[in-house]
Write a protein of this length. Structure first.
Length: 119
C-alpha cells in the first residue's frame, strides 16, 4: 500500500535564518492534494490581545507552483478580527480584473428612471 501524504505537512527550525524577518520555521504542507510551502514566525501576543503574553506561531502559506514574487497568505491570532485584503500583492490590472463591472441598466430600469411615476 502506497503512503498517502495528503492533508499533512511538517515544520522544522529554519537553519538558514539570516535576518529577523526571515521565518523561524519552514516546511511544507499538502492540502487536498495541493503542495504548499509553509513558513512560521514565533511571536508573543501583545498587551491588547485576548491572551497577552501568550506565545504562538504565525503562519504563511504559498503554493509551490507560485512564481517568484508571488503573494503569501499569513494567519495570526488577530486575523479573525482583521479586514481581509483580497488584492494584496496583485498588480493593478489583476486587481481591476477581480472587480466586476457595474451591471448595465435594463431597458425597464432605464424607462422607470425616466418615467413619471403615478405616486
Amino acid at each position: 500500500m502506497e503512503y498517502d501524504n495528503k492533508n499533512s505537512g511538517m515544520l522544522s527550525r529554519n537553519e538558514r535564518k539570516e535576518k529577523p524577518n526571515h521565518p523561524d520555521f519552514t516546511g511544507q504542507i499538502n492540502v487536498a492534494g495541493v503542495d504548499y510551502w509553509l513558513s512560521g514566525w514565533s511571536k508573543e501576543a501583545g498587551p491588547q490581545s485576548k491572551k497577552p503574553g501568550m506565545r504562538f506561531i504565525s503562519l504563511a502559506v504559498k503554493p509551490k507552483d507560485t512564481p517568484a514574487g508571488g503573494t503569501t497568505t499569513t494567519t495570526t491570532m488577530a486575523d479573525d478580527l482583521a479586514p481581509t485584503n483580497i488584492f494584496a500583492g496583485a498588480t493593478p490590472a489583476a486587481a481591476q480584473a477581480r472587480v466586476a463591472p457595474p451591471a448595465a441598466k435594463s431597458q425597464v430600469d432605464a424607462e422607470l428612471d425616466e418615467a413619471n411615476t403615478p405616486f
